[in-house]
Design a protein around this ligand. Structure first.
Ligand code: NCD
Length: 338
C-alpha cells in the first residue's frame, strides 16, 4: 500500500520503519536511471515547482535532477527578493497561485513551520526541502539510507549502532530530523559533541530517551570512540544573531585524518550533509580525508537523488509503473560504469 500518494512530506514524524523501508526499496529501483543505464518517461508532462527561498545548491538541484530523471519538467523560483513574498504576499496566497502551475512542489524557506503553512494553501503535494532550523526530512531519509548501506557493507544494521554527531546541534535541522528518524529504531547510542550553547534541543533528547536509546553529551571529542558513524556538521552561521556571535564557534570542531585516527575506529563512516565550510579558519572536514574510503559525503549526495526520485514516484503514485515507460539512453555516459 502506498500511503504517500497525494500527501505532503513535511516532517519525519510522518514516517515509521515500514514506510521508510518502502521508500528505501523504491529508491533502490531508481539506481539504473540515475546511472544512465536507462531512462523513464513516467512523469512526462508533469511539472515540479522548485521553490527555494533560502540559499541552496545541492538540495535544489537534487530535487530538480530527481524529477528530470523521472521524465518531468522543473520550474525554479529562487530567493525571497525576486518573489512576491517580498511585496507582502502571504504564504497561503503564494501557495494557491504557484500550486496551480505545477503537479508537485518542493520548497525551502528560512522560517520554521513555513513549509507546513504553505502546504495548507497548496492544491498539490508539497515536499519540505528545509524550514529554518526545524526539519529537513529528505536529507534525514537520504542520511538514513546512506547509513543503512554503509553499515550493511560492514555487516551491521541500524539497530544497535553508535552515532557521534558533531558541531552545531542546536541550529542544524539535518541532525534534528535524523535523530528523530533514528529514534524509531532500536538501541541506538548517540554521542552528541558540541559547545554547550549549541547543544541538541531538549525536545529531541526527550524523543531519544523515550525511544529507549542512550545519549552522552560532551563538549569535546574524547578518547577513542567506538562510533559506527561520525556525522559532522557546519556551524549554521545564518541562524545566529550576528556574525560576531557565530565566529565564536568557527573552527571549534575540526576533523582531519589525524584527529579521525585518534578518536575513531578505522571503519567509522564519515558523513556531513554538505556544504562543508572549507575556509581555513573553519575547515570542519579537511580535504586530507578525501581519499579515505570511509568518507561517505559524496555517496550521500548520490543517494539523495535516489531518495527524492522515490518520494516523487510515491507521492505521485507511479512507483509501480516506472519501468513501463522505460527507454534507451543514446549518449555516452561515464556514470554507466559506476
Ligand atoms: C544542510 C541544510 O541546508 O540544512 N544542507 C543540505 O541541505 N544539504 C546543512 C547545512 O547547510 O549546513
Amino acid at each position: 500500500m502506498n500511503q504517500f500518494k497525494g500527501q505532503h512530506i513535511l516532517s519525519v514524524s510522518q514516517f515509521d520503519p515500514d514506510s521508510i523501508a518502502q521508500i528505501f526499496s523504491v529508491a533502490d529501483t531508481m539506481r539504473p536511471y540515475a546511472h544512465r543505464l536507462k531512462r523513464t518517461k513516467v512523469l512526462d508532462g508533469a511539472i515540479l515547482g522548485n521553490l527555494f527561498f533560502e540559499p541552496s545548491t545541492r538540495t535544489r538541484v537534487s530535487f530538480g535532477t530527481a524529477f528530470n530523471l523521472l521524465g518531468g519538467e522543473v520550474r525554479e523560483t529562487a530567493g525571497m527578493a525576486t518573489s512576491a513574498l517580498s511585496k507582502g504576499e502571504s504564504l497561503y496566497d503564494t501557495a494557491r497561485v504557484l500550486s496551480s502551475y505545477s503537479d508537485i512542489v518542493a520548497m525551502r524557506h528560512p522560517d520554521a513551520g513555513s513549509v507546513a503553512e504553505f502546504a495548507e494553501g497548496s492544491r498539490v503535494p508539497v515536499i519540505n526541502g528545509g524550514d529554518g532550523a526545524n526539519e529537513h526530512p529528505t536529507q534525514a531519509l537520504l542520511d538514513l539510507y546512506t547509513i543503512s548501506k554503509e553499515l550493511q557493507f560492514h555487516g551491521h544494521s541500524i539497530d544497535g549502532m553508535h552515532i557521534a554527531m558533531i558541531g552545531d546541534l542546536k541550529h542544524g535541522r539535518t541532525v534534528h530530523s535524523l535523530s528523530k528518524l533514528l529514534s524509531l529504531y532500536k538501541n541506538i547510542r548517540f554521542t552528541l559533541i558540541s559547545p554547550k550553547e549549541l547543544a541538541m534541543p531538549d525536545a529531541i533528547l526527550d524523543l531519544i530517551s523515550k525511544g529507549g536509546h542512550t545519549f552522552k553529551i560532551t563538549e569535546q571529542m574524547e578518547g577513542s570512540m567506538d562510533a559506527d558513524i561520525c556525522y559532522q556538521t557546519r556551524i549554521q552561521e545564518e541562524r545566529f544573531e550576528s556574525q560576531l556571535e557565530a565566529n565564536k564557534y568557527r573552527g571549534r570542531f575540526r576533523l582531519n585524518q589525524d584527529i579521525y585516527t585518534r578518536h575513531f575506529q578505522s571503519k567509522t563512516v564519515i558523513m556531513h550533509p554538505l556544504p562543508r565550510d572549507s575556509r581555513a579558519d573553519a575547515n570542519e572536514l579537511d580535504n586530507d580525508l578525501n581519499l579515505n574510503p570511509n568518507l561517505a559525503i559524496f555517496r550521500q549526495v548520490d543517494n539523495g537523488v535516489l531518495i527524492r526520485m522515490a518520494l516523487f514516484a510515491l507521492t505521485l503514485g507511479v512507483e509501480n509503473i516506472v519501468q513501463q515507460y522505460d527507454c534507451d539512453v543514446q549518449w555516452y555516459s561515464s556514470k554507466q560504469n559506476l
